[in-house]
Write a protein that binds this ligand. Structure first.
Ligand SMILES: [Zn+2]
Length: 365
């Protein structure tokens, strides 16, 4: 099926520029392509990752049919077992009594809503504008994902980077304090927020496995769908870079038209499609980079957790992760990696790649 030829109108360019401005496209491009002392950029690292990932066909996750009460009980049990110091907070969030999750009219802002399997709305936790409370929305699809998504969003809900925003609003902190926690954050501090949630997902799977709610096959389905997401996030970042590096800001109608013409001439439909997506959706490379970081750091962290020889070592890792959650608002990519694993991001990517290579080797034996 031939898709309609992309027509670059003045309005289209204006909207395209607005999208790019929303995520500081040129600055973000610089952030991920800048090289360190060894001539390696974050982009080089993630491209290196892409080359070692092996995928199997996508499979839908297992259906479950749990009431919200049953789900809540399982999640509370998980948090009290793994993160006892956070258990009370989690319980309050889930039963609608946590003060950070109550709006100015006294209503709980925690919502569970049924969604159709193909619905694109994503569950989220966050604040909006100057509201002194957080919103918590989970969309349920009657699969294992419901449980995991709730546990995932809870990790954001108890993480300092969300809490400190509410504190700043409640304490009427000076604008510069508030701005530093929200819009003036650096790319490097913004991109760590999916680390906590992916570590929680992996630990939660382990817990569901121990309870017989998931089995080994379900874990494989999960791991594969994680890899599928990772590969698509990486290719989005790469393709967006390939477009942005050929443009200067603000983008003019002439330059975007010339680029599109050239891409049609080269039959580079992937990049034309990427231009359309950059214009039509808010999924941009800055947003995707945090998922790449989250999945990779969590994978290496969890591998180390699984390799612990004693319960004491495991407890130590959980304890330090619990402490990590209290300081996420002060960390950036490098200090977060250091805090969690005592490594820089480059070494974590190397560990991930080595891990994947040994996975492939084992599969081939
Ligand atoms: Zn998340």
């Amino acid at each position: 099926m031939e898709s309609e030829k992309l027509n670059i109108t003045e309005k289209y360019v204006q909207e395209f520029n607005e999208r790019c401005a929303n995520f500081h496209a040129p600055e973000f491009l610089r952030f991920i392509t800048e090289t360190d002392g060894n001539n390696v950029s974050y982009l080089d690292l993630i491209v290196q990752l892409e080359n070692v990932i092996k995928l199997s066909p996508y499979k839908q996750e297992k259906k479950i049919n749990l009431s919200t009460e049953e789900m809540t009980a399982i999640i509370e049990e998980f948090y009290s077992k793994y993160f006892p110091k956070k258990a009370q907070e989690v319980k309050q969030i889930l039963n609608g009594t946590h003060p950070y999750f109550i709006d100015t009219n006294g209503n709980s802002t925690v919502h569970f809503e049924k969604a159709k399997p193909d619905e694109k709305r994503s569950s989220n936790v966050g604040h909006s504008g100057n509201n002194p409370y957080l919103n918590f929305n989970v969309y349920l699809k009657d699969t294992i994902e419901d449980l995991r998504t709730t546990a995932h969003e809870l990790s954001h809900a108890i993480s300092a980077h969300e809490m400190k925003i509410v504190d700043a609003i409640k304490e009427k902190a000076p604008k510069k304090v508030f701005d530093r926690l929200t819009k003036d954050k650096s790319f490097s501090s913004d991109c760590i927020c999916e680390i906590e949630s992916h570590i929680i997902e992996k630990l939660f799977n382990k817990f569901l496995l121990s309870k017989g709610i998931m089995n080994e096959e379900d874990i494989k389905v999960y791991e594969n769908s994680e890899k599928i997401s990772l590969v698509s996030e990486i290719s989005l970042i790469r393709e967006e870079r390939d477009i942005l590096k050929r443009l200067t800001f603000p983008i003019t109608q002439e330059s975007l038209t010339a680029l599109v013409e050239k891409l049609y001439k080269d039959k580079n439909f992937r990049l034309i499609d990427r231009i359309k997506k950059m214009h039509d959706t808010s999924r941009n490379s800055e947003h995707m980079f945090r998922y790449v970081v989250g999945r990779v750091v969590a994978d290496v962290w969890f591998k180390r957790f699984e390799e612990c020889k004693t319960n004491k070592e495991r407890r130590g890792m959980l304890e330090s992760f619990q402490k990590y959650l209290n300081k996420t608002h002060k960390l950036n990519l490098e200090s977060a990696c250091e805090e969690l694993l005592g490594l820089d991001f480059t070494s974590i990517v190397e560990d991930y790649c080595l891990g994947k290579i040994s996975d492939i080797k084992t599969q081939n034996i």
